[in-house]
Design a protein around this ligand. Structure first.
Ligand code: PLP
Length: 422
């Protein structure tokens, strides 16, 4: 790996060293390619991040040298694969500061993690008269699983509103909390708006009324340190592919006491201790929630991604992205015909915008012809689009390998778009 060790990240004056973005870029092979004859400017990181060589190599190494199924074999390869898989779980546990590795359930991603909580924690407990509280800026994966539970149990879904800047209105959120609230589930960082929610405060407020607090960390974990113990949340879900890791793998942190008391949500191999036709005894944590062959290579790749991010230094990444966000916000705010959507006081690296008179898809298509990848559409957050009365926005989202020149290229591209639609 070409990045420095953790020690090298602090200068002799004890300051945080600046991220060497050119060096980081060399670790991501895809960034060398061209799109439509132009250098790739990849600004779709909230959808998925690109993968460093360290992750790609870890996947190949696994398949070339250690591939086997886990937990069920006495032979050397199976034990090796199991060790690699379990060491990935431990890395994730340390990364999130869980109390024990068994509190990390390996799942397909954020969506599966949230569905697990909905089906295994909420469904067996909730009844008519109970409430689930979410916010008005949720991704569909933190709306639909709760709607399903409401249909299944008779519980009611409550939604705390947001303001014109895309911030949660805390007074309204507090008003919606009561003894009826059994689950509070909120996004840590909004994918459509970039808003960073006051999640520590939200968790505390939820606990005060006896509700559990679930956090959707899909857009948070790659951009700032996350400590589930400091947050005191009950569940925290994230996806590996938004953290420079592979698709198809992610994790759900759950407080051990809660996980212990929850029934499994899927049945099959690995989640059992013994099976007869009369009775099945479920396995211990975390296996109780991991039915079937897991994505072993994916877990190994995710472990490598965490190692990579930590070697670069997550604090440096956060500082670098904050600089880019401020730079990009200034560029787009100064532009005639461009309007930023999502202007919260506390934001992460997401720049949502519309160009007056242009559909977001046309904006995206013109930018693509210039080699610039942004996402356009409702970003799986249709209620957010409805709130702003828009069919869609364009979104540039940042990662550790982006640089100011790429935001200049975006601004240059947008000037072309504005000319076309003026
Ligand atoms: N939550 C947020 C805030 C997201 O941005 C996303 C993906 O864009 C998800 C949940 C769902 O993640 P996945 O599709 O990886 O399960």
């Amino acid at each position: 790996m070409t990045v420095g060790t953790a020690k090298e990240q602090v200068t002799s004056q004890g300051e945080l060293a600046r991220l060497d973005v050119e060096r980081v870029r060399q670790d991501f092979p895809i960034l060398q390619r061209q799109v439509h004859g132009q250098p790739l400017v990849y600004l779709d990181n909230a959808a998925t991040t690109q993968k460093p060589r360290a992750v790609i190599d870890a996947l190949s190494r696994f398949y070339e040298g250690s591939n086997s199924n886990v937990h069920r074999g006495v032979h050397a390869l199976s034990q090796e694969a199991t060790d690699l898989f379990e060491s990935a779980r431990q890395k994730i546990g340390r990364f999130l500061n869980t109390r024990k590795a068994e509190e990390v359930i390996l799942v397909r991603g954020t969506t599966e993690g949230l569905n697990l909580v909905a089906q295994s924690y909420a469904r067996p407990r909730l009844k008519a008269g109970d409430q689930i509280l979410i916010s008005g800026m949720e991704h569909h994966s933190n709306i639909v699983p709760w709607q399903m539970v409401c249909q299944q149990t008779g519980a009611e879904l409550k939604v705390a509103p947001i303001n014109e800047r895309g911030e949660l209105i805390m007074e309204e959120f507090v008003k919606l909390l009561s003894a009826k609230t059994k689950v509070v589930s909120v996004v840590h960082v909004s994918n459509a708006l970039g808003t960073v929610n006051p999640v520590r405060q939200i968790v505390e407020l939820a606990h005060r009324v006896g509700a559990i607090a679930v956090l959707d960390g899909a857009q948070a974990v790659a951009h700032a340190p996350v400590d589930v113990r400091a947050l005191d949340c009950d569940f925290y879900a994230f996806s590996g592919h938004k953290l420079y890791g592979p698709t198809g793998i992610g994790a759900l942190y759950g407080r051990a006491e809660l996980l212990e008391a929850m029934p499994p949500w899927q049945g099959g191999g690995d989640m059992i201790k013994s099976v007869t036709f009369a009775q099945t005894i479920y396995n211990d944590l975390p296996y109780k929630f991991e039915a079937g062959t897991p994505d072993v290579a994916g877990a190994v790749g995710l472990g490598a991604a965490i190692d990579y991010l930590q070697a670069v230094g997550i604090e440096q990444v956060a500082a670098h992205e904050a600089d880019l966000l401020a730079y990009g916000t200034q560029l787009l705010s100064d532009m005639e015909g461009v309007r930023l959507i999502g202007t919260a006081a506390h934001k992460a690296g997401v720049l949502g915008f519309v160009v007056e008179g242009a559909h977001a898809h046309d904006v995206g298509t013109i930018l693509d012809s210039l080699g610039i990848a942004v996402r356009t559409g409702h970003h799986c957050a249709q209620p957010v689009m409805d709130f702003f009365n828009l069919p869609a926005t364009a979104r540039a989202s940042l990662a550790m390998y982006n640089r100011r020149e790429e935001l200049d290229a975006l601004a240059e591209g947008l000037r072309e778009v504005v000319k076309v639609f003026a």
